[in-house]
Design a protein around this ligand. Structure first.
Ligand SMILES: Nc1ncnc2c1ncn2[C@@H]1O[C@H](COP(=O)(O)OP(=O)(O)OP(=O)(O)O)[C@@H](O)[C@H]1O
Ligand SMILES: [Mg+2]
Length: 358
């Protein structure tokens, strides 16, 4: 086989997903029971892959509308994203959706073209009309509406409010699933009293991959079999981070094909991935403020943000608090149950530890 069994760029195909059966079933049960749900996980944890699997499992019975709000720029952009999502609906819902759109004098899939014309429609009114189509369709046909990268909605003043206004009386007919990777923004959107979606949905966290899943991935992907400690190395280095686990497994798979001695497979894979990512990590690090860099150095080494190590890095408590907040918001770090700060990306943490040994 020439194609690596460990893809690590972009979402997985529905049939490639491992270790998510329980999560997928839970989410399907929730949305089909019309319990609005928020799926939260750090970047590259497999959110979009899970959404894709849900869409494919529901495709025969349900109209699944998947709106991607990644880096949303404007109301026109929002209208185009929703229109694209509606135009992409296939299966039995397609015909019904076109009929609903026609009854509301709307041609799906043409919003982008219409916006480029001199007599272009108002973008916010277009969003309004597209939501009307979804609501009307949802009253006739089982429908699930999925927003990926939902945290981008805060970039548009009033957009979350409009969605809430349009959808709030239809929570019992349309399944709603929101996914996002900026935990603080997602919590803000759904857990702060002044936000339109306050208390409207339950938060479900997508965890990293567990050891059994990693062991299965290794067992299924390697032929001849990988050394028996490879899964253990992947687990203890990447801590279940899905994309980094796959990237390292891919490097090990390639090293095996290059006839690297089985005993050297893990160190060779790690070295190759380090070489491929070092420059990017350096750029990521230099893009941080000095206080953020200090917090990252402590987090990478699992040290507290106060005390001797913090003093050595000249990190005062006020700047530590501000930097910690910014890094949490940016998805660089997370806090453990014991309130310790940890880095999300194990490879970036590894780069920081190598570059700045404590
Ligand atoms: N269940 C899984 N099993 C193995 N690898 C996975 C799994 N889920 C995700 N991955 C790995 O993570 C990568 C990213 O997956 P995906 O794009 O779905 O994540 P995401 O959370 O949507 O990322 P982003 O934050 O960039 O939107 C995949 O290419 C794959 O390497
Ligand atoms: Mg994604």
């Amino acid at each position: 086989m020439n194609v690596s069994p460990f893809p690590f760029h972009g979402p997985l195909e529905p049939e490639e997903l491992s270790g998510r059966d329980g999560m997928v079933q839970t989410l399907i049960e929730r949305v089909t029971a019309h319990r609005p749900t928020v799926l939260v996980a750090p970047r590259r944890y497999g959110k979009t892959s899970v959404l894709g699997r849900i869409a494919s499992e529901l495709a025969d019975t349900t109209t699944v509308i998947r709106v991607d709000l990644y880096e949303l720029r404007s109301w026109a952009d929002l209208a185009v994203r929703i229109d694209d999502a509606l135009a992409a609906v296939g299966g039995p819902g397609r015909f019904a959706l076109d009929r609903v759109a026609a009854s509301l004098q709307f041609d799906l899939g043409l919003v982008k073209v219409n916006f480029s014309r001199p007599d272009r429609p108002e973008p916010d009114i277009t969003v309004d009309r597209l939501l009307d189509i979804i609501v009307a369709h949802g009253q006739r046909t089982p429908t699930v509406l999925i927003f990926d990268e939902f945290s981008s909605i805060i970039r548009l003043n009033g957009a979350a409010g409009l969605l809430r206004t349009k959808l709030q009386h239809h929570f019992s007919t349309i399944g709603l699933l929101f996914a996002g990777s900026e935990p603080s923004t997602m919590h803000m959107l759904f857990a702060e009293t002044d936000q339109p979606f306050y208390a409207q949905a339950d938060l479900v966290e997508l965890p990293g991959l567990d050891f059994d899943t990693i062991a299965d991935l290794v067992q299924d992907g390697f032929d001849p079999p990988a050394p028996c400690d490879l899964a253990r190395h992947l687990d203890s280095f990447a801590h279940g981070h899905p994309q980094r686990t796959m990237q390292l497994a891919d490097a090990a798979w390639r090293a095996q094909r290059d006839d690297v001695d089985p005993a050297d497979l893990w160190p060779e894979a790690l070295e190759r991935v380090r070489r491929a990512t070092d420059t990017a990590h350096e750029l990521r690090f230099t893009g941080l403020s000095p206080s953020e860099q200090a917090v990252m150095r402590l987090a990478a080494n699992r040290r507290p943000l106060h005390g001797r190590d913090a003093e050595l890095l000249a990190l005062g408590s006020t700047s530590a608090t501000a930097a910690r907040r910014a890094l949490l918001d940016g998805g660089h770090i997370t806090t453990t149950e014991s309130k310790r700060v940890e880095m999300i990306d194990p490879l970036f943490a590894d780069w920081i530890r190598r570059r700045f040994p404590i």
